[in-house]
Write a protein that binds this ligand. Sequence first.
Ligand SMILES: NC(=O)c1ccc[n+]([C@@H]2O[C@H](COP(=O)([O-])OP(=O)(O)OC[C@H]3O[C@@H](n4cnc5c(N)ncnc54)[C@H](O)[C@@H]3O)[C@@H](O)[C@H]2O)c1
Length: 285
Amino acid sequence: MIRHIVVVGSGVMGRGIAYVSAVGGFETTLIDVKEEQLKSAKNEISSIFEQGIDRGKITNSEKQEAEARLRYSTNLIEAVREADLVIEAVPEKLEIKKQVFETIDHHAPASCYFATNTSTMSPTEIASFTQRPEKVIAMHFFNPVHKMKLVEIVRGLETSDETADVIQKVAQQMGKETVVVNEFPGFVTSRISALVGNEAFYMLQEGVGTPEEIDKAIKLGLNYPMGPFELADLVGLDTRLNNLKYLYEKLGEKYRPAPLLEQYVKAGRLGRKTGKGVYDYTDKE
Ligand SMILES: NC(=O)c1ccc[n+]([C@@H]2O[C@H](COP(=O)([O-])OP(=O)(O)OC[C@H]3O[C@@H](n4cnc5c(N)ncnc54)[C@H](O)[C@@H]3O)[C@@H](O)[C@H]2O)c1
């Protein structure tokens, strides 16, 4: 039975996962290497709770109970000693994920399950960093986690049926719908989303239209809820670029990152999280 969940990485995704975990009734510890990230995560989680109350999604007493289940720490080793499930949400770089999985494998109980929130990478390869590949799976949440309904669950080569079953139940207890798919780079959602997002950057680079025009065309013409640039700014341009680089390496030419996207990342225009991406948010937030 899953009681205590440790979420590693308190960035855009980790903070949202910690929120749905605590609201779902799990004792939850959110970990980061940076104190300031944990502070900013705590503030953002507070405001998600407030919005939840304002919109009638959660009562004040549910909020207090969920908040009491949440802890914030920089001590990963201490936190995983009593974990039943660790959900990793560190940057989309294999060497960082490898280091995290080796550490948690060493210090978490043998019964503990591991999930990665990777957007594109192989859960089989990530599982190979541990001595328990049957207990490792990808649990792909979407941004913003507290609003998006789906968790895409991706089995690696060695993932057991029992692990897939446990993780599906955990996601459901967090209030999510699930699909369980087999591993292939990019799974279902990231593969399509990366392609659409990259194409939009090529169009911008070619002068086909302004970001506003391209976003409007895709929203009103193709009935997407968000335009590709609005989504890229929400996801983080660095995360988007890392995803594309991985898919380019694994699936070839059609995922070659648009040079304009690389240029924005080099300039530090990473999206909402830095105040500026394709759009400028500095006056609005
Ligand atoms: N951003 C999205 O929309 C989105 C959606 C789905 C999946 N993902 C995936 O989720 C993962 C995290 O993405 P993100 O957008 O939240 O990234 P992010 O850059 O916002 O956050 C990553 C966090 O991890 C922390 N970190 C780095 N190394 C660490 C370590 N060794 N131990 C603990 N914490 C560490 C960083 O300080 C940072 O706070 C990636 O694999 C990404 O592909 C992202």
